[in-house]
Design a protein. Structure first.
Length: 199
């Protein structure tokens, strides 16, 4: 599938219940969705062979990237996910940028694999965000992020450089099995925790 064809399929007004079925697609070449308003979709298992840019895009419907593989860079900086954003089992071979992104539904990154430097710095989430068993091979920046619906890090493995400075968690914070380098992640790594902590 060409990037142009995918862009045309997604860049249309969303109506309640809309979900474009694009499972298993392979997108060759660079995909640029920056600044667009996008409909709901399920692109589970897709392979993005080129870089993906969705800077400032607005994902109006459910966004399902479950099991997708981003072979090159993935830039979702400043994007707004108006409903659920599902990236479980996704692979970001060259890392990912979600800095300044807004998650109004859940943000699900369970078992996701981040191969390079990744950033969620300054992102805001209103629903629960989960990184259960996610693996961050490179530096991960969560500085200044706000998780207003809680944060789930069960068995997450982060590089020693992972940065939570100034990050705020409102609601439950689940840290069981979560590690930064060889050390367990402690609540003190965050700027503010307002809620119960499981560790």
């Amino acid at each position: 599938m060409t990037p142009e064809a995918l862009r045309e399929a997604l860049a249309r007004p969303w109506r309640h219940g809309d979900c474009a079925e694009l499972r298993g697609a392979r997108i060759e070449g660079a995909l640029d969705l920056s600044g667009l308003a996008l409909t709901g979709f399920d692109i589970s298992g897709a392979v993005f062979a080129g870089p993906v840019k969705a800077r400032g895009a607005r994902f109006d419907g459910v966004s399902v990237f479950a099991g997708a593989r981003f072979a090159a860079g993935a830039d979702f900086s400043g994007a707004a996910f108006m409903v659920d954003a599902r990236f479980e089992d996704a692979e970001f071979a060259a890392g990912a940028d979600f800095s300044g992104a807004e998650f109004r539904g859940i943000g699900r990154f369970d078992r996701a694999r981040f191969g390079g430097a990744s950033s969620f710095a300054g992102s805001v989430a209103y629903g629960n965000v989960s990184f259960e068993a996610a693996v961050f091979a490179g530096a991960a920046d969560f500085s200044g992020a706000e998780w207003l619906g809680g944060l789930w890090l069960q068995d997450a493995a982060l590089a020693a450089e992972a940065n939570f400075a100034g990050a705020e968690v409102h609601g439950r914070l689940w840290l069981r099995g979560a590690r930064r380098g060889n050390a367990r992640i402690a609540p003190g790594a965050f700027g503010l925790v307002f809620g119960h902590v499981w560790r």
